[in-house]
Structures are given as C-alpha cells and as structure tokens.
Design a protein. Structure first.
Length: 128
C-alpha cells in the first residue's frame, strides 16, 4: 500500500466514530507523520507510552502478588515447622518454587527433607 493511501485511511478512521478513532484519535497525526518519514508507526505516540506504563504496572502487580504468596508460605513454614502434606507441598512449589521453600525452611532453622536435599544436589550438578 502506498504511504499516501495509508495516511488517508488513518485520517478517515480518525474522523469517523469508530473504536479505532476513539482510541487513537490523539495519535493519528503523529502516526501519519511517522509514515511520511518512514519511522515506526508507534514512534512518539501517546498510546505506546500508555502501553509501556500499563506493562510496568502489571509487572509491579505481579511482583506484589508473588511477594504476598511468598510471605504467606514463609509464615506457614515458620509457624508449622514445615508440616506439609504432599499435595500442599506441591501446591506451594507451583506457587513459589521449591528453592523458595528450601530457603524459607533454612531461615526458620527447619531441617530439609531428603527429597529437598536430593533436589538441591540435582540442581547443583545441572548448573555446576
């Protein structure tokens, strides 16, 4: 498609009452300028900055959720001396990882199980 045709289509979409026009209205002229200059279409647009901001917010929220899960599991380990049922242990591994559970047990001076020691040895061999 020629640049001129692409620019016309963008301006038409922005002028009409479309979902595209509603979302990109503030960025259409910048997008047209970018096409004219052979820049990436999203260069210096607000929607791109909004997406980056939302990605950063999502990343921070995921970190907060992971930290909350770790806090709850670490408290359980400390307060219950790691009295896991097999199923609950595997659920916790799926939530925070086996290494975190091992670290939490060490922090609380709770002995590691034979399976945890074997897992550590296996990991050490794989990474060593």
């Amino acid at each position: 498609m020629e640049k001129k045709k692409e620019i016309e289509m963008l301006r038409t979409l922005a002028a009409e009452d479309t979902y595209f026009g509603q979302f990109f209205k503030k960025d259409i002229e910048q997008m047209c300028n970018n096409i004219e200059r052979d820049y990436p279409i999203e260069f210096d647009t607000k929607f791109n900055m909004r997406a980056q901001y939302l990605e950063a917010e999502l990343s921070q929220e995921r970190a907060r959720v992971r930290e909350a899960k770790e806090d709850v599991i670490a408290l359980f380990i400390r307060d219950n001396e790691a009295a896991f049922t097999k199923k609950f242990y595997e659920d916790c591994v799926n939530l925070v990882g086996r290494l975190f559970i091992i670290q939490a047990k060490r922090t609380s001076n709770i002995p590691l199980s034979a399976d945890e020691i074997d897992w550590l040895i296996k990991e050490a061999r794989r990474n060593g």
